[in-house]
Design a protein around this ligand. Structure first.
Ligand code: PEP
Ligand code: MN
Length: 274
């Protein structure tokens, strides 16, 4: 790979410390491994409030939740839209958690930016340059998810596009890539996490929920991600996973989220982080 292709994103030297992206109280890329948790989709005030309380109880410092959902099927739940954004803002303020949520298209970015503390670019949109430029212009931190079939270089070039457009607050998210095996929803690229930490100064988080699509594999892959150098985890959690309107099979219950957070802290300490 030619690091000269992404001069702004490239790590200049192994010894130089990485960029820290501040989202509310959470310093992503610092010594502390950050936990981002919340439901796949915002479904109702009750659901989101319970999810946010569970996230906070587990030690998460950022709340996630989709209001505009990028669904593969047009028949699947598409999200509550602006109503979902307003709920995120209200519940985030209530629980003291900053919120991250996805914008699907350039025209949506100002609306999402009016409610969110950070904007997510989903896997299906990583290659959409006008959207990358639009989120760059919004001036909020950007959580950029890796395209499901994107190489690390393409991923870094997408980040470069945002940096070049004047927004330096980019967090990369490895969320699993397509392979030949369909047992897991995607394949978590643990080696890719370690490689990204060498290639770029930008913080890297892992999403073991979309990477596996299977609740029973989320904790193991989350721990592997932290051991590989991830600066944080983004995990889907729902007060009642079985009733979730999207991604029911991969969301953790509040109890499972606490268990993950406790084990995450042990792995973080074992590698000299907190
Ligand atoms: C999400 O995190 O809400 C999501 C849709 O994930 P991805 O874009 O990685 O599929
Ligand atoms: Mn999801």
């Amino acid at each position: 790979m030619n690091a000269a292709a992404f001069p702004l994103a490239a790590r200049e030297a192994e010894t130089k410390s990485g960029t820290v992206v501040q989202i509310g109280e959470a310093a992503v890329g610092g010594t502390e491994v950050v936990l981002v948790a919340g439901p796949c989709s915002v479904e109702s005030p009750e659901q989101l409030r319970a999810a946010a309380r569970a996230a906070r109880a587990a030690g998460a410092t950022i709340l996630r939740g989709g209001a505009f959902k990028p669904r593969t099927s047009p028949y699947s739940f598409q999200g509550l839209g602006e109503e979902g954004l307003a709920l995120l803002r209200a519940v985030g303020d209530e629980t003291g958690l900053p919120v991250v949520t996805e914008a699907l298209e350039p025209a949506q970015v100002p609306l999402v930016a009016a409610y969110a503390d950070a904007i997510q670019i989903g896997s299906r949109n990583m290659h959409v340059t006008p959207l990358l430029r639009a989120v760059a212009a919004a001036g909020l931190p950007v959580l950029l998810k890796r395209g499901m079939s994107a190489t690390l270089e393409e991923f870094l070039l997408a980040a470069e596009t945002i940096l070049l457009a004047g927004n330096e607050r980019v967090v990369l998210c490895e969320r699993g890539i397509r392979t030949f095996d369909s047992y897991t929803r995607n394949c978590l690229d643990v080696g890719g996490i370690a490689a990204l930490k060498q290639l770029t100064h930008l913080p890297v988080v892992a999403d073991p929920s979309h990477a596996t699509g299977r609740r029973e594999l989320v904790v193991a892959t989350a721990l592997a991600s932290v051991a590989a150098g991830a600066d944080g985890l983004m995990v889907e959690a729902h007060p009642d996973p079985a009733s979730a309107r999207s991604d029911a099979d991969q969301q953790l219950s509040p109890e499972e989220l606490v268990d993950l957070a406790e084990r995450m802290r042990k792995v973080a300490r074992a590698i000299g982080r907190s």
